[in-house]
Design a protein around this ligand. Structure first.
Ligand code: GLC
Ligand code: MG
Length: 603
């Protein structure tokens, strides 16, 4: 055959068809494999946390406006004070602030008794001040979450005023009952034995309407009748008002109290005479299933604002203590995040590293990647003793390290970043109604003033909080314990560590669900690994409950490496060891009580 002919015949016949078939199949398979593998590569190596909604990427900083910064000299913090301190807040690296109530209120419960949901109380400033605060936060990329109190209003609310007078529109806005004859007396008694959280009967006889009204909290905080459609509309209007102002979400106050049993002529069993026991079940006055329907409606309302004001998804976080996991999950399903108070309620001085681990595991159980249930942790708030007092000043830094390195969204109470401690007030000085419900000996266990002392900004008069007389005096330890000195100090401080951790937790290794607890032989040591697919791995280790003796732990096996680099350390350890940003042997990590370390594992 001539050469020409060979060429012409090269691709003829069945053999050639088979060849082309094989080539085509091979090409398809190759493309499929490459695409698949590449996708694997992409997910394995580029876990991207920037896709998470903003509230899953940030730390929430709670501000109690009365105690943060006063600008007009009346001794009460105000909205302009918050605006004034935004640079400080930005320097913490937090992306959201939650403001306790600043609405019109006679301040019997310091703002949690609202007389008008859509007005700013003059003590805190004006609506203009609020708008300015919103503008300034926007410039700094800080979101604003406001408090919302749907369970009750103030007794000075126009609604209550009209309801007492039996005005047709408002008569069913609250929970009224003529009561019941029990003891053969002429006057009716309250319809049941329900107790107020603040102590005593939850029913108060009203002389004008000549009926009892229900109040889960103070007499001056009548419970709204949230089953009333008109009340539901009013609440929706209030939420809409603030959504239109551009707020990024709501912290829902006292949510589990929002509904009561329909038949109010039933007693709760096992109640005491006066003092409310939080650990009891209260099956007629808390956790009613109606809560979820309302929550869903608020989620829907908020979702309507998703594309407005450049905020995105709104964060709806609910305050309800003592939830079972089943109830917790119902809150999630209804589109809200139930605050997780385990770090407040379950940690105590006798709980060492292993004990804390158990609490954390229990807290995280059922949350995680398989579900939409994003974890969250809270270390302190305006109702509970501060962490530096509750667990001791020497535990403060380790606790903040834990809070900021756990999965989920952390919430930090103002002042805890510098380790403020509870202030003390005599009975005569006491302002908190919960404390004043008790006597000179009993008030100490109930007053919430100690954790509400003014923010300690610097060592000048009144800690830089106010030029006037603070509504609660400043904790005298402000002279040495304040934000300015910790910020300017050349040696490591709590505040500096806090900032470093907030920064570190933005990276994908921390900003996800993944956590593996490490089994440590030493009961004091709490340790876990944080990692993201394709991200650097970190060992976080703290000595909780140990004494001043150094405890050595070997992390090389659990971390599957022998070396690491120290990223963040608690201040005392940082000063003592000088190891920051240095290489370290994972087989010999030494920690004394209250010490903690975040170590990047090197390959
Ligand atoms: C919530 C608040 C608390 C307030 C109570 C009544 O628990 O956090 O401060 O006293 O509700 O509104
Ligand atoms: Mg003021």
């Amino acid at each position: 055959m001539a050469d020409d002919e060979k060429k012409r015949h090269f691709c003829e016949g069945n053999k050639c068809l088979a060849f082309i078939f094989v080539v085509v199949i091979a090409a398809i398979v190759t493309v499929a494999v490459v695409t698949f593998v590449d996708k694997e590569i992409r997910t394995v190596h580029k876990y991207d946390n920037s896709k998470l909604p903003w509230w899953k990427q940030t730390v929430v900083y709670q501000i109690y406006p009365r105690s943060f910064q006063d600008t007009d000299g009346d001794g009460i913090g105000d909205l302009n004070g918050i605006t004034k301190r935004l640079d400080y807040i930005q320097s913490l690296g937090v992306g959201a602030i939650w403001l306790s109530p600043f609405y019109s209120s006679p301040q019997r419960d310091f703002g949690y008794d609202i007389s008008n949901y859509t007005e700013v109380d003059r003590r805190f400033g004006t609506m203009k001040d609020f708008e300015r605060l919103m503008n300034e936060t926007r410039k700094r990329n800080i979101k604003v979450i406001v408090d919302f109190v749907p369970n009750h209003t103030s007794n000075e609310s126009m609604w209550f005023y009209e309801s007492r007078r039996y005005n047709d529109t408002y008569k069913d806005y609250y929970i009224w009952s003529p009561g019941i004859k029990r003891n053969g007396t002429n006057k009716n008694d309250p319809p049941n034995n329900w107790l107020s959280v603040f102590g005593g009967s939850a029913w108060k006889y009203d002389e004008i309407r000549r009926e009892y009204y229900y109040h889960a909290f103070l007499e001056s905080q009548p419970d709204l009748n949230v089953t009333n459609k008109e009340v539901q509309k009013e609440l929706q209007n209030a939420l809409t008002f603030w959504l239109e102002k551009g707020v990024a979400g709501f912290r829902l106050d006292a949510l589990k109290f929002m509904f009561e049993a329909e038949d109010i002529f039933q007693d709760e069993v096992g109640l005491g005479e006066y003092e409310y026991d939080e650990s009891q079940e209260h099956n007629l006055t808390t956790n009613m299933p109606e809560i979820y329907g309302i929550l869903r409606s608020w989620r829907k309302l908020s979702d309507g604002f998703k594309d407005k004001h450049g905020v995105g998804e709104r964060f709806i976080v609910a305050e309800s203590y003592g939830l079972t996991h089943a109830i917790r999950d119902d809150y999630y399903r209804a589109g809200s995040v139930p605050f997780n108070f385990d770090l407040i309620m379950k940690l105590n001085n006798t709980c060492n590293g292993h004990c804390v681990r158990k609490i954390l595991e229990e807290s995280l159980a059922g949350l995680g990647p398989s579900s939409e249930f994003w974890p969250n942790f809270v270390m302190g708030n305006h109702d509970r003793s501060r962490v530096a007092s509750r667990l001791g000043a020497d535990m403060l830094d380790a606790m903040n390290m834990m809070l900021l390195t756990l999965p989920g969204t952390p919430t930090c109470y103002y002042g805890d970043e510098i380790g403020m401690t509870d202030a003390s007030y005599t009975f005569e000085e006491t302002k908190d109604p919960q404390g004043l419900h008790f006597n000179k000996t009993g008030y100490m266990n109930h007053t919430r003033d100690p954790e509400r002392s003014p923010m300690q900004w610097n060592d000048s008069r009144n800690a830089g909080f106010s030029n006037g007389t603070p509504w609660l005096h400043v904790n005298p330890n402000y002279v040495t314990l304040n934000a300015r000195s910790q910020s300017e100090s050349n040696s490591p401080t709590s505040l500096q560590m806090f900032r470093e951790l907030v920064k570190l937790r933005k990276i994908a290794s921390f900003n996800n669900y993944n956590i593996t607890f490490i089994d440590t032989a030493q009961p004091e040591v709490l340790a876990y690994i944080r990692f993201g697919l394709g991200q650097p791995k970190y060992v976080v280790a703290m000595n909780i409950g140990g004494d001043n003796n150094e405890v050595i732990t070997d992390f090389s096996k659990s971390a599957n490496s022998i070396v690491g680099r120290v990223s963040v350390m608690t201040p005392r350890l940082s000063k003592a060891s000088g190891l920051k940003n240095k290489g370290i042997k994972l087989s010999q990590i030494g920690l004394r009580g209250g010490d903690g370390m975040v170590i990047e594992v090197l390959p």
